[in-house]
Design a protein around this ligand. Structure first.
Ligand SMILES: C[C@H](O)[C@H](O)CC(=O)C(=O)O
Ligand SMILES: [Mg+2]
Length: 397
């Protein structure tokens, strides 16, 4: 029997889009996600009230489209905007055009090693991730299969979610298994800020009762001493995990934090980590209990499979950061990813809205905190690009 030959890749294009979506920090005024959240920049009072004030949303969304010779288009969205569009058009596209979409391993390898002299993490790996995800979307569309089938198939019938947002009490009513809150005050706000943090947690615990998961997202804002004291004080209010407490570069600090937190409390991190080598460091140094790669930032699905295998062998969970459908298609295929994150992008956040709204059409959302595997049953990642939003192509090749 003859082997099916897929059409070759004809063209790669990169666009930028503003206003939410994959750059979920790019929201309008009054959104919970920009309301006095502790960050590494909170030591400067002028950048404390709003993360947009220091430029958290400067990049915007990157859209990558990969068109095959038969006209089929795979696409993906991630954070990266114009500089990532430059990298895709002027550097990465050459490793795809004229090649078969089945060659994703070689393509990833060439994208990573050709950019290693200026890449390795951050923006360049976001761009590589965007291309990789668009390639998996194309592969699924050409084979008429959802990506989760290509990754080995579902290991359970449905996904269950915790919600990230300022209102875990509402998340509980909406059926989520837990709520992860932003930490509002960092070390520069002294003891007063510390006590306010603990009071917020205590009040939320009152509202949600003893069994609902409550977690804190510290967005790299703390130092080891503060994070340790916070974890100890939070223990009596049943904090399930402390997330991204310190700088992602401080592997030694995470190693110590994991030893310092009260027994039973989990340490999580990794949304700003990338590639198998970065996650190997977190795992081998025993920095955390759960790794949280963002599928659009860690190297894409091709790299996530390697990261996940390392974590599995180390007995650790992989619960991707955000990532919408790119996470859903992965999490449903892995035993060591027992639940998923849902980022509440409603400004309140009092309602469930699609995480990457308004960029994707057909983006599934949890109902009662759950999503059936069958909701992912469409070719590729199962979504289409909303072509009514304003897209800009700053570079061509
Ligand atoms: C709420 C956090 O500060 C951040 O915006 C999102 C995040 O880190 C997460 O979902 O995890
Ligand atoms: Mg986080």
């Amino acid at each position: 029997m003859a082997i099916v030959q897929l059409p070759k890749i004809k063209h790669v294009r990169a666009f930028t889009v503003r206003g939410g979506g994959a750059d979920y920090h790019d929201q309008g005024a009054g959104h919970w996600i920009d309301d006095h959240i502790a960050t590494p920049m909170s030591r400067y009072p002028e950048y404390r009230q709003s993360r947009q004030s220091f430029g958290i949303n400067v990049l915007g969304t990157l859209v990558v489209e990969i068109e095959a010779e038969d006209g089929t288009i795979g696409f993906a969205v991630t954070t990266g905007g114009e500089p990532a569009a430059f990298i895709v058009e002027k550097h990465l596209a050459r490793f795809l055009e004229g090649r078969s979409p089945t060659e994703y391993e070689k393509i990833w390898d060439q994208m990573y090693f050709s950019t290693q002299y200026y890449g390795r993490k951050g923006l360049v790996v976001n761009a590589i991730s965007g291309v990789d995800l668009a390639l998996w979307d194309l592969l699924g569309k050409l084979r008429q299969e959802p990506v989760y089938h290509l990754l080995g198939g579902a290991v359970r019938d449905e996904l269950q979610f915790y919600a990230t947002g300022a209102r875990p009490d509402i998340a509980k009513e909406l059926g989520f298994i837990g709520g992860k809150m932003p930490l509002h005050h960092g070390p520069a706000e002294g003891l007063e800020g510390f006590h306010k943090n603990i009071a917020e947690l205590a009040e939320m615990r009152e509202r949600v009762g003893p069994d609902f998961w409550l977690m804190w997202d510290c967005w790299m804002a703390l130092d080891l001493d503060y994070a340790t004291r916070l974890a100890i004080a939070a223990h009596e209010h049943g904090l399930k995990w402390i997330e991204e407490a310190i700088s992602p570069d401080d592997y030694w600090g995470y190693q110590q934090l994991k030893r310092n937190v009260p027994k039973g409390m989990l340490v999580t991190t990794g949304e700003h980590e990338a590639t198998r080598w970065g996650f190997r460091m977190l795992l081998e140094m025993e920095c955390c209990d759960i790794i949280q790669p963002d599928v659009g930032w860690c190297g894409g699905v091709t790299e996530l499979l390697k990261i996940s295998a390392l974590a599995d062998a180390a007995g650790k969970m992989v619960v991707p950061h955000g990532s919408s459908v790119y996470s859903y298609h992965f999490v449903i295929t892995r035993h060591n990813s027992p639940f998923a994150e849902f980022l509440m992008m409603h400004p309140g956040p009092t309602e469930v809205v699609p995480m990457f709204h308004p960029q994707l059409i057909g983006e599934p959302v949890p109902e009662n905190g759950r999503l059936k595997a069958s909701a992912l049953d469409a070719p590729g990642f199962g979504v289409e690009l909303n072509r009514e939003i304003a897209m800009h192509r700053p570079y061509t090749h």
